[in-house]
Design a protein around this ligand. Structure first.
Ligand code: CA
Ligand code: CA
Length: 465
């Protein structure tokens, strides 16, 4: 884990890149902290200190526990286990778990135990410079960071000794510091939907170092397309992609199901370092893309991440009304986007009857030629209303798949959760192979209007794992 996003090439190096040998030797002596109990034993007041500060112990773990924790952290289920401010490691719950699993393996793979290592013989695993800690090699906020940036003592101790907290912290940094910052900076792949694993290429790049060092065109690196044999020498994020596709086996168990994450075309990235600052980082989806729904699949280590087709075009409305049919007074508006600049706005006035739909074919064959076995419709919606009744529905948004049959997957009203974006997701596998309309219709009655905003509409037609 490296520095916070800063867009420069001056970041510190990750736990996997060794310093020069001389610095390394020096660093071992100067920087590697002595085990806590040893330091205490050398102090003149060691008996008193020992009572006040018991030697921390590494929380026990095994690969199964770690695998579950990656899923928990990816879906934001770890934070609540800790008191404030330790609990402030939230991720929005939208990280593809395979990304975290592969990062965690790579980051700690130089340990004597191999990857997924938090502690060795009861002592937290650190980088050779003593600055990056544990399974996710957390460096920012720890002992070598600028004092003003360091976490408090309790947080640092958790990062060092508690594998669940360490993974949650890595997930937090990947989402909050890397993904969010790059989305804001316009470094976006496809439509920027975080549920697509391939969209995390920049965030994973930045987890190590957002610099030309990790450009697949850096001649000091092997390009991603040349890595079927070995990841050695590849850019950081390409190596993580390699691990995702080549899960390690330990104790007779393959630690996760392989995911052949698609590498972006390397011609889309800077060839020379001088191109870095003016580069256009917005690129189309590398196809096929992959998603996962970790919550629904147990056991987690056997989870498959099948390739999916995404037949909906312009689901984020950033190309305005392209591909969509608007009826009534539906508009594509700058008023309230969930992502990007635009969303669809239905209702917002009295006696509305507004419609919005796109006709798509949900394919029966997926991107790699195997049968599609599941289809899922997802979207974000936002309701705001002048209605105040706690008991009566007056204004409606119907969400339908208009195939054979017509199915209303969700009905939202003036009594639904309001003034916030909400996420909806429905299995629509019964429509595989059909040409259907993904259909939104809002109606309001004669007074006190309700607005419904819709954004980031996706339909994932996925092959079997
Ligand atoms: Ca949008
Ligand atoms: Ca009304």
């Amino acid at each position: 884990m490296n520095d916070r996003f800063n867009g420069s090439a001056t970041g510190r190096c990750c736990g996997l890149v060794f310093l020069a040998a001389a610095l390394l030797l020096l660093g071992l002596f100067l920087l590697l902290p002595a085990p806590h109990h040893l330091a205490l034993a050398q102090g003149p007041t060691h008996g008193v200190l020992l009572l006040q500060t018991p030697t921390p112990t590494c929380r026990s773990y095994n690969d199964q526990a770690v695998a579950f924790t990656f899923c928990d952290a990816a879906h934001d289920d770890v934070a609540d286990e800790y008191a404030s401010p330790l609990k402030n490691v939230r991720t929005d719950g939208l990280i593809p778990p395979v990304i975290l699993k592969a990062i965690g393996w790579y980051e700690s793979s130089d340990s004597p135990r191999g990857g997924w290592t938090q502690c060795v013989n009861g002592v937290p695993y650190t980088s050779t410079d003593g600055c990056a800690w544990g399974l996710m090699q957390i460096r920012s906020g720890m002992n070598c960071d600028a004092p003003a940036n360091q976490f408090n003592a309790e947080t640092q101790q958790r990062v060092k000794y508690d594998y669940r907290y360490n993974i949650a912290m890595g997930a937090f940094m990947l989402k909050r510091w890397k993904w969010d910052e790059h989305q804001t900076a316009g470094h976006i792949i496809g439509d920027g939907d975080p549920r697509i694993a391939e969209h995390w290429y920049y965030a994973v790049w930045a987890y190590n170092e957002w610099s030309f060092k990790n450009s697949p065109n850096n001649t000091a690196r092997n390009p991603c397309s040349n890595w079927p044999i070995s990841p050695v020498g590849c850019a950081y994020q390409d190596t993580v992609w390699w691990w995702a596709a080549h899960p390690p086996t330990r104790g007779g168990r393959t630690l996760w199901a392989p995911v052949n994450l698609t590498c972006p075309d390397k011609s889309l990235f800077p060839r020379y370092s001088w191109q870095w600052d003016s580069w256009n980082w917005r690129i189309a989806d590398p196809l096929p893309v992959h998603q996962d729904w970790c919550r629904n699949c147990l056991p987690l280590v056997l989870k498959n991440y099948p390739p999916c087709a995404r037949p909906i075009q312009n689901g984020n409305f950033e190309a305005r009304s392209a591909y969509w049919t608007l009826g009534g007074l539906t508009i594509i508006s700058l008023n309230r986007p969930h992502g990007g600049s635009y969303s669809a706005w239905l209702g917002g006035y009295d006696n509305a009857n507004d419609t919005l739909y796109q006709t798509i074919t949900i394919p029966s064959t997926g991107p790699t030629g195997r049968p599609v076995v599941s289809a899922r419709l997802t979207y974000y919606w936002y309701m705001t209303t002048e209605e105040t009744s706690p008991s009566t529905d007056f204004d409606y948004l119907y969400v339908q798949i208009r195939g054979s049959p017509i199915r209303t997957v969700e009905t939202l009203t003036n009594r639904s959760v309001k003034d916030t974006w909400a996420f909806s997701s429905f299995d629509v596998s019964e429509f595989i192979g059909q040409t259907v309309q993904v259909y939104f219709r809002a109606t309001t009655e004669a007074t006190l209007p309700t607005s419904f905003f819709v954004d980031d509409v996706g339909l994932y037609a996925c092959e079997g794992g």
